[in-house]
Ligand binder design. Structure first.
Ligand SMILES: *Cc1c(COP(=O)(O)O)cnc(C)c1O
Length: 405
């Protein structure tokens, strides 16, 4: 039986400032589509160094809109990783395109570059690459961009784990110097929490306009304030209906595409803005915790930390260890249960997407992804989050060490 006060593997951190920010919106603000949405967008765009940002209801919606904005559809193939949350490849399926999974590299746990190159040269239908910065460790985007340019392929970075992570050149993930768009998630277990929330960043004004309209039914409405965008120039189709004496009629709106209601609220945006003010603290604390784990497991032969080489670039979304369950003589299930009995939560990231029944029915075969399968069989994510205290971390280390003797 699992104890009630188990230390979770990940957790959001909310303080009085955050609560006050939400209360202020409830007392004085608009609940949705008020000024907080644009402020949240500007905050993230400035933080990552992108020109534009579009906030949406969640990270999955961000991925879906990115697929539509790129006009991906039937007959198109999109390269992605099997070592991700199902949302990444699901978004590709939403638009009728086909995910092409490429096995991971056992060091970075991101898509293997050479295998990706093979996949690209062996099909004429690859239209996009969706790299995932797994656990917060950025892919080598310089190389991926070079390859994509050579074959005229678009790139959407899934940076749901990687807010605050940096590329080789020190720039922040999401500045879109290597991609058409980058998506983020603000689910409570991610680095910054809004409850539910997502964002797309881009430097491309055309994509930006498209994303703005798609998140709200494909409607263009002239009396909305969109920073840097004028709807009066070439955006309107029915100018005759729309304009009076060169001015937009005050009630006018125009649906040009089949969009969705993927809007985020001002309540969530206010929480996000307040949380973004603490992101450097969040990242710094995660880094400390990671360092302490790394040191603690150095001498432990059955527990091996992964992604060690990328520590200074990572946003440290999750802390993953490889555990030799066979030599310990416990199954992973038993091991996780024993950990929980000692008050330590753990998780597995992830069941490879190709093993999910829905994907198996499409005839994806885990046998084609031996590195992913090997990684999946022997790993565990252990508690890593801003509010994890030193004493709780000590308990995690102690339990893990004593169980893996
Ligand atoms: C969480 C996550 C998503 C989806 O984000 P939601 O906000 O939960 O919709 C997409 N990709 C990855 C890698 C994720 O971890």
């Amino acid at each position: 039986q699992v104890a009630l006060d188990v230390i979770p593997y990940g957790k959001h951190y909310i303080d009085e400032d955050d609560i006050q920010a939400v209360v202020d919106v409830l007392r004085h603000g608009m609940l949705t589509q008020g000024p907080k949405v644009a402020e949240f967008e500007n905050t993230v765009a400035n933080y990552v160094g992108a020109k534009y940002a579009v906030a949406v209801a969640n990270g999955t919606a961000a991925l879906h809109l990115a697929c539509i904005a790129l006009e991906l559809g039937k007959g198109d193939e999109v390269i992605t990783s099997p070592n991700t949350f199902v949302a990444t490849s699901n978004s590709i399926l939403y638009v009728g395109a086909k995910p092409i999974f490429v096995d991971i590299d056992k060091e970075s746990l991101n898509v293997d570059f050479e295998k990706m190159e093979q996949a690209i040269t062996s099909s004429k239908n690859i239209k996009a690459i969706f790299p995932i910065h797994f656990a917060g460790l950025p892919c080598d985007m310089g190389r991926i961009k070079q390859l994509a340019d050579e074959y005229n392929i678009a790139i959407v970075e899934d940076a749901a784990h990687a807010l605050g992570a940096t590329y080789n050149n020190g720039n922040r993930v999401g500045n879109c110097q290597y991609s058409d768009m980058t998506i983020f998630s603000f689910h409570p277990v991610k680095g910054v929490a809004t409850g539910e929330g997502g964002m797309v960043t881009t430097n491309d004004e055309k994509l930006y306009r498209k994303l703005l309209s798609l998140r709200s039914h494909g409607i263009i409405k002239g009396n909305f304030e969109f920073p840097g965008v004028s709807w009066l120039d070439d955006s309107l189709v029915n100018k005759g209906d729309a304009l009076e004496n060169g001015e937009l009629k005050c009630w006018y709106y125009e649906m040009q595409d089949l969009g969705y209601n993927y809007r985020i609220t001002d309540i969530q945006s206010a929480l996000a803005i307040s949380q973004m003010g603490k992101i450097d603290l969040f990242l710094e604390r995660r880094k400390q915790i990671v360092k302490r784990y790394d040191q603690a497991f150095e001498s432990c032969s059955n527990v091996t930390p992964l992604q060690l080489h990328g520590r200074n670039q990572s946003s440290h979304h999750i802390y993953i260890v490889n555990i030799d369950f066979e030599s310990i003589g416990l199954s992973r299930h038993q091991f996780m249960q024993k950990l929980a009995e000692q008050g330590v939560g753990s998780q597995v990231h992830y069941i490879p997407v190709v093993k999910q029944p829905y994907y198996q029915a499409m005839e994806y075969d885990i046998g084609n992804y031996p590195v992913t399968e090997e990684y999946y069989q022997n790993t565990l994510s252990i508690p890593l989050y801003y509010g994890l205290s030193d004493s709780d971390q000590d308990l995690v280390i102690f339990s893990l060490k004593s169980l893996s003797q």
